[in-house]
Design a protein around this ligand. Structure first.
Ligand code: SAM
Length: 175
């Protein structure tokens, strides 16, 4: 069970990237995303994707991140903060894989320094600056137990049939 915590989202400039963080986490099997800012538009966009493309990914708007981390840990969950300053992902992949309940935390600009203390792991996806979308994608792909690209999303209105050329989409509209 994986949950994503998005810190530092600025509604005026991070809409696209936060949406992409959510879509990527959903694709790779996260059960939901907690947004530590108030942006109902992001919730609407992602919920619309879930309605059309299936699965039960959820988005929780405007969370108190300290409270969420506290509750997650109290329930036995572990926290992995992705940061280029952390230990390198290949060195902790096995530990992360062994975790039943993992909260993956990503920032936008600067994260509050205490995150480094609250996290069980501060993990670098390579010690170079890049993107929270790439960091989530690489981490979730590497720690997956099965092939994350073969998962199905039930109750979809739209399902793509992989095709060598062109676009094949099945529409399953429900009453
Ligand atoms: N300048 C910011 C700082 O010093 O923390 C980082 C900005 S970066 C665009 C936004 C987020 O992407 C970071 O908070 C982190 O979660 C993620 N990120 C970027 N590069 C990363 C890396 N090499 N490893 C892990 N996460 C990374």
């Amino acid at each position: 069970k994986i949950v994503l915590l998005r810190l530092g989202h600025r509604p005026e400039r991070d809409k696209r990237i936060t949406t992409h963080v959510g879509l990527t986490a959903r694709l790779l099997g996260a059960e939901g995303m907690l947004l530590a800012s108030n942006d109902p538009g992001i919730v609407e966009t992602l919920e619309d994707v879930v309605r059309r493309w299936g699965g039960d990914f959820y988005i929780k708007n405007n969370v108190n991140y300290k409270q969420e981390i506290k509750e997650w840990k109290a329930a036995g969950g572990k926290v992995c903060h992705l940061s280029m300053y952390g230990v390198n992902l290949p060195d902790v992949t096995d530990e992360l894989k062994n975790c039943d309940r993992l909260m993956i935390v990503v920032g936008a600009e600067k994260v509050p320094p205490e995150i480094y203390q609250l996290a069980d792991w501060n993990v670098a996806v390579g010690s170079q600056p890049h993107s929270e979308v790439a960091a989530v994608a690489i981490t979730m792909d590497r720690i997956a137990d099965d092939e994350p690209l073969e998962r199905e999303f039930p109750n979809a209105e739209l399902t793509i049939v992989p095709a060598e050329r062109g676009k094949q989409v099945i529409e399953n509209f429900r009453g």
